[in-house]
Design a protein around this ligand. Structure first.
Ligand code: ZN
Length: 106
């Protein structure tokens, strides 16, 4: 096992297990588990990641799409289509950001 050096990526870090006090490989993932006892290395990170995901899910699902009624005609229908397209794009961007945050911050 080589010794950690300056310039090493944080991906090669290690973390002390809160449960058994042994050092384990730590990839900054909330799901990382202890090599010795199998406990989560960072239970609080896991918890906050779950809470963050739930929060984002709520935001996304509470996004109400503009309704286009059959009786809407011409300009009204045109603008509603644009607004709805914007809402869909916003939802897509939002879920992309959530995905990036989840992957990068993990
Ligand atoms: Zn452990």
């Amino acid at each position: 096992m080589r010794t950690p050096q300056m310039g090493d990526t944080p991906l090669l870090a290690s973390k002390k297990c809160p449960n058994c006090q042994q050092w384990s490989a730590w990839q900054h993932n909330p799901e990382d588990r202890c090599e010795h006892c199998g406990e989560l290395l960072d239970p609080r990170a896991q918890q906050s990641a779950v809470e963050r995901a739930e929060l984002e899910n709520q935001k996304t699902s509470s996004l109400i799409l503009m309704e286009i009624k059959p009786e809407d005609k011409g300009v009204t229908r045109f603008f509603k289509t644009i607004v709805r397209g914007g809402q869909l794009a916003f939802a897509a961007i939002l879920s992309f950001i959530v995905w990036v945050v989840t992957v990068v911050a993990g």
